[in-house]
Design a binder for this molecule. Structure first.
Ligand code: ZN
Ligand code: ZN
Length: 280
């Protein structure tokens, strides 16, 4: 039995434990919701500024659940949303999962980035301008939040809205409070208000379970897997090293053993468009 106590503390108010339960069960772990208010780490709605480093934030949240519950295992997720840095207008979703394992003394961090997010944001004067955003973001299955556009501390933020009449009332109220007469309408990205994000969290749980099912070949600790990458994929035309990933580094967070493996997708050459020689 790799874990004397299989309970994993999940510090959340947002019902993530149920999304993670099936995956964790396959490796003998049991998620336990620890009701701590993680809003102190920052909120999507902006009342409390989020910390810059999602990795450190997720680990700190997992640790908070562990110290609150006294459990040696903890898990937390941290999502970031916004316009895609390359494609501008399309939404991007980055979700990070931290698994802190004090039984063996390791921290596993898994990340996924995708464009399957419903993230949207819009300023508006009247509720009848809200319909395109609501339609595009999967409302009312996905909730929205409304606040004054020129937000001052202490102003209200209406969250978790799933009723069109409540959205309209919140927009009128927020617009009246804002110095520019505008309300800001955003998709509510909290996991329990956003089934798309909850699916991404469940997928990360699957990835974690797969990793925990892989013991370290040297010391047997669960969780051997991808820890980094090495660039240098050769150009398809001239063989020059590019910035693209050439090898994957798989490692153990406990004994430090490392293995260099070729890319999992089997790609052995880079498009000449990435080559510093052929396409400088
Ligand atoms: Zn080349
Ligand atoms: Zn090891």
């Amino acid at each position: 039995m790799p874990y004397p106590d299989p309970r994993v503390a999940i510090a959340t108010l947002h019902g993530k434990a149920e999304a993670l339960r099936p995956a964790l069960a396959r490796v003998g772990l049991v998620p336990v919701t620890v009701a701590v208010d993680t809003d102190a780490f920052g909120t999507f709605s902006g009342e409390i500024e989020r910390r810059a480093d999602p990795r450190e934030t997720a680990i700190a949240k997992a640790r908070l659940g562990m110290t609150t519950s006294g459990l040696p295992l903890g898990l937390a997720t941290e999502g970031s949303f916004g316009p895609d840095p390359l494609l501008g207008f399309l939404p991007a979703h980055h979700e990070l999962l931290a698994f802190v394992d004090d039984t063996h003394g390791q921290v596993l961090v898994l990340e996924q980035t995708g464009r399957d997010s419903n993230w949207q944001s819009k300023t508006l004067r009247h509720a009848d301008e809200a319909w395109p955003l609501l339609q595009a973001s999967g409302f009312p299955e996905h909730a929205v939040l409304v606040r004054p556009n020129l937000f001052q501390p202490g102003m209200p933020v209406a969250k978790g809205l799933r009723d069109p009449a409540a959205v309209a009332a919140a927009i009128a109220h927020a617009a009246a409070l804002s110095a520019d007469g505008l309300a800001r309408l955003d998709t509510d990205m909290r996991a329990h208000m956003n089934p798309t994000r909850m699916r991404r969290i469940a997928a990360l749980g699957e990835a974690l379970a797969q990793r925990l099912a892989t013991p370290c070949p040297a010391c047997g600790t669960p969780g051997f897997g991808l820890t980094g990458t090495e660039p240098g994929l050769p150009c398809e035309l001239c063989g020059e090293a590019t910035d693209l990933v050439r090898d994957e580094i798989h490692g153990c967070g406990v004994c430090g053993v490392r293995e260099t493996r070729p890319r999992a997708d089997g790609r052995t050459a880079a498009d000449a468009g990435h080559c510093p020689e052929c396409n400088p």
